[in-house]
Design a protein around this ligand. Structure first.
Ligand SMILES: Nc1ncnc2c1ncn2[C@@H]1O[C@H](COP(=O)(O)OP(=O)(O)O)[C@@H](O)[C@H]1O
Ligand SMILES: Cc1cn([C@H]2C[C@H](O)[C@@H](COP(=O)(O)OP(=O)(O)O)O2)c(=O)[nH]c1=O
Length: 202
């Protein structure tokens, strides 16, 4: 049995992550891999209920961080670890880097608190590859405005997303072996050509 890998997709809202999830899953399936596509917050029945609350209700920033990690704990136990143990590949639309970027960067929750939660919830699990879809705020905002009704996070102001993006880029620099920063201002076809190269090198 080949061993599976854990790939996460990250970026500020509107960067284009969701556009490329199924493309990457398809590339892996073409190579004969079993692929589980999932997301955070969510990915389990309980996690999806937490997602509904997290994306709609205002709450204390620590409550928000704790619920993100509660959803993640369930997701790891029910979906991610069993899939990796079977040898499947897991692609998750967001994981812990999102909590550092949104609750840490955006909401300014102390990084040490998030590191403590990360150590508690998944001391031994890290993605093998994190694709960070990066775009300037105005590009992300224009894409969002063109397409959908905005949830609680998407309604945040420019300085929130500036801090979120900055924290993502800081983490990418801190973990260069795990992160690939994708310039997501380019045409979808150009981005997919780069993704195909990255996936074939895995
Ligand atoms: N490279 C791109 N060029 C132009 N439009 C894009 C590009 N990538 C995504 N979009 C569009 O931007 C919108 C937001 O993309 P989406 O993948 O849903 O973002 P995210 O999941 O990162 O919030 C969608 O309407 C999508 O079609
Ligand atoms: C996983 C995670 C997501 N989020 C936020 C980022 C997004 O705004 C929102 C949901 O993510 P996402 O699934 O990307 O939203 P959409 O389906 O609208 O593209 O949750 C956090 O604030 N912290 C986290 O730890």
């Amino acid at each position: 049995m080949t061993s599976g890998k854990f790939i996460t997709f990250e970026g500020i809202d509107g960067a284009g992550k969701s556009t490329h999830l199924e493309f990457v899953a398809g590339l892996l399936r073409e190579k004969g891999r079993q692929v589980v596509v999932t997301r955070e917050p969510g990915g389990t029945p309980l996690g999806e209920r937490l997602r509904e609350i997290l994306l709609r209700e205002k709450m204390h920033l620590e409550t928000e961080a704790l619920l993100m990690f509660a959803s993640r704990r369930e997701h790891i136990a029910q979906v991610i670890e069993p899939a990796l143990q079977r040898g499947d590949w897991v692609i998750s639309d967001r994981f812990t880097d999102a909590t550092f970027a949104y609750q840490g960067g955006g909401r300014k929750l102390a990084r040490e608190k998030l590191e403590a939660l990360e150590q508690w919830v998944h001391p031994h699990l890290q993605p093998d590859l994190t694709l960070l879809f990066d775009v300037p705020l105005d590009v992300a905002r224009a894409r969002l405005d063109a397409t959908r009704e905005l949830d609680k996070f998407e309604q945040e102001k420019a300085d929130f997303f500036a801090a979120t993006r900055e924290e993502y880029l800081r983490r990418a620099k801190e973990h260069p072996a795990r992160f690939r920063v994708i310039d997501s201002t380019r045409a979808i076809g150009d981005i997919q050509a780069e993704l195909a190269q990255i996936v074939s090198a895995l």
